[in-house]
Structures are given as structure tokens and as C-alpha cells.
Design a protein around this ligand. Structure first.
Ligand code: FMN
Length: 359
């Protein structure tokens, strides 16, 4: 099956996914609960971000117009390019959800085949789909054949070390008309343990004929991203937790690619970082009004550690109840940031733990 081509000529820093030209090869990987509209927009405004993808959205819930699903697919014209990620163990629901998204003006659909959570796998969705090639192909074909917009798949290397199915599946999906595939270089059994395997990602790059493979896993710095591209041959890199740790990572990569790294790649000043915190909250408030105060609390620990916010202020960020109170706290942060030794808040994006059969 031949895919529609990009309408415009490619620049070396851009990449085509089906007929969509994406302006950067560095993408934001979905982190459910973190990478929603406000965070995406705050990061986009810093520059350098290519494609972003929403949190995974359950297909049936989306079709029934559930409030939570509508929040997850909320976007604005500036929040582009964007793909909506859907999951389901029911191929027909998945295809209907993709069509619904196309009919409502969304420009790309991503099928989740990597989620390790029991509640997703138990319904036959997420990484479970990787266990049965025929089933996975039927599911993908149903979605691809029902829409014109590019369909992509995000998956892991396979279910476990004995079932590394990603290379074979990627090859099959390419024949079915998938526009790109993202590979998180771990198996479902690994969960978030161990290191993402660059060899595993490279095996997928080598398995496909021409579609872009997007590498993913453990990229925390621009050097990690460049190494992933160099050692795997992947066409683009999706960054999840690394973008939480350093929302400037995309801008840094863009500067490196434009050879301006030396002059302007300085770390953001504390003021810029506080401005980012404020922008993040303001965007959240625009979408969620008063509820933003509650939603923002989960970011308190992250900002606290990153900015060296004194603990009493971090604690207030965890409990504030109004935009007015938020402004007061920010004023104090501006005056007192750096009074606490800042730590690298790697552990603050929680990953599931314990035996993964119980997740
Ligand atoms: C809290 C959290 C939520 C995630 N949510 C999603 C999701 O909704 N869809 C998805 O495909 N992957 C999801 N992932 C996986 C990430 O997209 C990514 O594949 C993984 O974290 C490895 O990349 P990283 O090291 O750059 O974070 C999630 C990961 C974490 C830690």
C-alpha cells in the first residue's frame, strides 16, 4: 500500500508521517496524567517540539463522549502537530474511534500497543495486542482502512524476552499502511525496569522498508537523543520523562541541529523556569478553571525539586485552592527559590512498581 507523500519538500530537520510534515524529529511521548494540553502548550512555546501525542484514550469511552475522554482529547489550533492515542481490545471500537476523530478534525491517530497495565491488557488492549500477530494485524488494518489521516502504532519490543515481536509486527503493519511506528525499547515484562535497548530499536529500524521508526526510552539529555538516532538509525525520537525533567530539551536539540548550540544553549535561568511554572498553571486554568488548582498539585514535587523551592512553599503548592493563592506562592518562590538544594526529580514521574501482573 503506498502512503500519501508530504505536500512540501522536506528539510533535514523535519520528517514526514504520511502526508503530515512534522517540523522536528524530536517528539513528546505520552505520559498519562502529565502531558495534557497545558503541559504540551507550555513546552511547545519553548520551541523545538515536533509531534505530541495525547494520553491513551479508551475507544469506547471516547465514542460515548465521556467527560474524561473529552478532556484528554482537548486541544487548540496552536497545539499542533498532535496525534490522539487510542486503545481497545475491540478492533471495531478502535476503528470507529479513529473515524470519529477524523470526522472531528483530528489529524493523526496513534494505536497504543505498549501499555503494560493490567486494566488495559486485560481487555486485550495495549501490549497484549503484541502477542497475537493475526489479531494485531486485523486490528491495525481495520483502523487504517477506515480513515485517511495517518495512523501510527506505539509499541514495546514484545511481551517478554522470549516474545520479541516488534520487528515482525512493524514490517506487517507497514504493509497494511501504517505511517510510522514508535518503539519503546523495553518488553512489557520489563515494565519500566532495566535500560531501554538500543539494539531492540535498531532491529525494528532494520525490519521495515521505509516508514519512520521513532525510538523511545530513557532519553534524558540531548546527547541521549542524538545517540539513540546514531546507534539505532531511527528517524525520530520520542521523549517522555526526559521532557518532564527538562522541558527545554526540544529547544536544546533544535539549537544543536541548527548549529547555534554554542551561543544560545544556556540553561534556562531560574526566572525562566518560574515563568514556565506560571505558564503551565495559567494554561491549565484556562482549560479547567478552579479544578486546575487540584490538577496542578501533582507537579508540586517536581517543580519544588527542580527549582530548589523551599519546602514550606512546595507544601503550599501541594495544597493551594485558588489562583490568587497561587500568585502569592509564586511571588514567594521568586523571592526565595534556590534556598533549598535542588535535586534531580527523576523519581517524581511515578511508574508502576511491584509484580507487573498486578498493575
Ligand atoms: C506515568 C507514565 C504514563 C505513561 N502513559 C503512556 C500513555 O498514555 N501512552 C503510551 O503510549 N505510553 C505511556 N507511557 C510510556 C511513555 O510514553 C514512554 O514510552 C516510556 O515512559 C519510556 O520513555 P521515557 O523514558 O522517555 O519516559 C507512560 C509512561 C509513564 C511513566
Amino acid at each position: 500500500m503506498s502512503l500519501p507523500q508530504c505536500p512540501v519538500e522536506r528539510k533535514p530537520t523535519s520528517i514526514c508521517i504520511g502526508a503530515r510534515e512534522i517540523p522536528s524529529r524530536y517528539f513528546l511521548a505520552p505520559l498519562a496524567g502529565y502531558t495534557q494540553l497545558a503541559f504540551r502548550m507550555a513546552v511547545r512555546e519553548l520551541g523545538g517540539l515536533g509531534l505530541a501525542t495525547t494520553d491513551l484514550v479508551q475507544a469506547t469511552m471516547l465514542l460515548s463522549g465521556r467527560r474524561k475522554s473529552m478532556d484528554l482529547i482537548a486541544t487548540t489550533p496552536a497545539d499542533r502537530p498532535l496525534s490522539i492515542q487510542i486503545f481497545s481490545g475491540k478492533p471495531r471500537e478502535l476503528a470507529r474511534a479513529a473515524k470519529w476523530l477524523e470526522d472531528h478534525g483530528y489529524e493523526g491517530v496513534d494505536i497504543n500497543m505498549g501499555c503494560p497495565m493490567a486494566k488495559v491488557n486485560g481487555q486485550g488492549g495495549g501490549a497484549r495486542l503484541m502477542c497475537d500477530t493475526e489479531d494485531a494485524c486485523r486490528t491495525v488494518a481495520g483502523v487504517v482502512n477506515g480513515v485517511q489521516i495517518p495512523v501510527t502504532v506505539k509499541m514495546r519490543l514484545g511481551w517478554d524476552a522470549d516474545r520479541i515481536t516488534a520487528p515482525a509486527l512493524a514490517r506487517e503493519f507497514e504493509q497494511l499502511g501504517i505511517a510510522a511506528v514508535t518503539i519503546h525499547g523495553r518488553t512489557r515484562q520489563q515494565g519500566f525496569h532495566g535500560r531501554a535497548s538500543l539494539d531492540g530499536i535498531r532491529a525494528v529500524v532494520e525490519a521495515v522498508e521505509g516508514i519512520p521508526v521513532v525510538g523511545n526510552g530513557d532519553v534524558r539529555t540531548p546527547a541521549d537523543a542524538l545517540r539513540m538516532r546514531r546507534e539505532t538509525g531511527c528517524a525520530a525520537v520520542a521523549i517522555g520523562r526526559g521532557a518532564m525533567l527538562d522541558p527545554w530539551i526540544f529547544r536544546r536539540l533544535a539549537l544543536i541541529e541548527s548549529d547555534e548550540a554554542g551561543s544560545t544553549n544556556a540553561d534556562p535561568s531560574p526566572e525562566e523556569q518560574i515563568d514556565f511554572l506560571v505558564r503551565h498553571f495559567t494554561l491549565m486554568e484556562q482549560q479547567h478553571a478552579g479544578y486546575a488548582c487540584i490538577l496542578f498539585r501533582k507537579f508540586a514535587g517536581w517543580y519544588g525539586a527542580r527549582l530548589g523551592i523551599p519546602e514550606d512553599l512546595e507544601d503550599r503548592l501541594r495544597r493551594f485552592e485558588s489562583a490568587g493563592e497561587f500568585s502569592e506562592i509564586v511571588e514567594q518562590i521568586r523571592a526565595r527559590h534556590g534556598q533549598r538544594e535542588s535535586a534531580t526529580p527523576t523519581a517524581l514521574v511515578k511508574t508502576p512498581n511491584g509484580p507487573n501482573a498486578l498493575w
